[in-house]
Design a protein around this ligand. Structure first.
Ligand code: PMP
Ligand code: GLN
Length: 379
């Protein structure tokens, strides 16, 4: 058939993980832990399966999970979403993002995103008939130039997609960024899709700034999160979005024909985990800070230049002192010859990306990080 997405192949994550496997390299490319999630969560899953919670969940998610999400959101961001109308449980954040974009973006609508941007946004916008307007952020800070942002707004702007803590740059939005965003879009009917899947992996003093904490913006926003990152279980694929009732109603129209509902026992197990062991996500910044710092320390003897890491479990490193290769070629060489797989940054950008930066995932056991750093220090 004639392709609706002719420029797309398989994702860089699929490609690099396959290459890592083929060459038996340490895989710091695709973002997933090489350790297991909490035993308690696994036990609760087995429990709910054994209790017969094995039929369709309600389309919007099981009540105990939605209740636990309300409690968590109220405690962390000072906003109490309505348990029935504002929360939709989805098959990972990926489905929430896709459903939100499909529900909101009409033919010819403009959507603003910030490059480097996560790879699932653009295809969804394209399939919806939207036009993506990309703002290129510059390393090392990757801060938004709000004058440039205002210059990109038009009468056709419908949606802004942001991501904080940010994959792949590992930078985070400040409260002041939301104030700027609101000032820029307040007068127009523009919606905000805020990808916050790393909400619990933030290392700054201010902590994670959620769009939900901004009283005006949240009236027009969809906040997306995922339990895959929070509970070290990327394979469970349970996520959710929070949005005001009228927006949620539109997203649900898509969700109910995309997947209809999400794995029942996994939802119930996650609800137990959120309620019984909230210390897990409260302690997550420290858990990952220790890994980040160990990895940074081990790489300090290398010729890579390390960029600041404010959040996520990714570290950006600049290899310009080591090689003149473009980042895609360098990642291939690194996997095949050095035995460490990484992700090139240019694949997240529409414009040519003139920097020599690659992304390393540090959601790994200490021994994995040490072994990878030893190899990287040989360059
Ligand atoms: N958004 C970002 C920024 C991500 O990094 C990821 C996964 N790594 C997702 C969305 C997708 O999350 P999920 O696996 O829950 O679908
Ligand atoms: N989001 C993960 C990453 O950034 C990958 C998810 C995927 O493989 N689609 O590495």
């Amino acid at each position: 058939p004639e392709s609706k997405l002719p420029a797309l192949g398989t994702t860089i994550f699929t490609q690099m993980s396959a290459l890592a496997q083929q060459h038996n390299a340490i895989n710091l490319s695709q973002g997933f832990p090489d350790f297991d999630g909490p035993r308690y969560l696994q036990e609760r899953l087995a429990h709910h399966v054994s209790q017969g919670a094995n039929q369709y969940a309600p389309m919007i998610g099981v009540l105990p999970l939605r209740e636990a999400i309300v409690e968590k959101t109220a405690a962390l961001y000072g906003h109490t979403p309505d348990v029935n109308s504002d929360i939709t449980v989805t098959t990972g954040a990926t489905e929430a993002l896709y459903a939100a974009i499909t529900a909101l973006v009409r033919q010819g609508d403009e959507v603003i995103c910030f490059d480097p941007s996560y790879d699932s946004y653009a295809p969804a916008v394209q399939l919806a008939g939207g036009v993506l307007k990309r703002i290129a952020l510059q390393p090392p800070g990757f801060r938004v130039d709000w004058r440039e942002f205002r210059g990109l707004l038009s009468s056709k702007t419908r949606l802004v997609i942001l991501n904080t803590p940010h994959n792949p740059s590992a930078t985070v939005w400040r409260k002041s960024d939301y104030a700027e965003l609101w000032q820029a879009i307040a007068e127009q009917e523009i919606y905000v899709l805020s990808d916050e899947v790393y909400e619990h992996i933030c290392f700054t003093e201010e902590g994670h700034a959620s769009v939900l904490a901004h009283a005006e913006l949240r009236q027009r926003s969809i906040a997306v999160s995922s339990f895959g990152k929070t509970f070290h279980m990327t394979g469970w694929k349970v996520g959710y979005c929070i949005a005001p009732a009228a927006i949620s109603a539109e997203i649900r129209k898509v969700h109910q024909y995309l997947t209809f509902s999400v794995n029942t026992p996994a939802q119930l197990a996650i609800a137990d985990m959120l309620r019984q062991a909230p210390e897990h996500y409260r302690e997550l910044p420290e858990f990952y800070r220790a890994r980040r710092d160990r990895f940074i320390q081990a790489l300090s003897a290398s010729r890579f230049k390390l960029l600041p890491c404010e959040g996520t479990y990714f570290l950006l490193v600049d290899y310009s002192a080591i090689s003149d290769l473009d980042d895609v070629s360098f990642c291939q060489l690194l996997t095949k010859e050095v035995g460490v797989a990484a992700i090139p940054l240019s694949v997240f950008c529409a414009e040519p990306f003139p920097h020599k930066l690659i992304r390393l995932c540090f959601a790994k056991q200490e021994a994995t990080l040490d072994a990878a750093a030893e190899r990287l220090c040989q360059l």
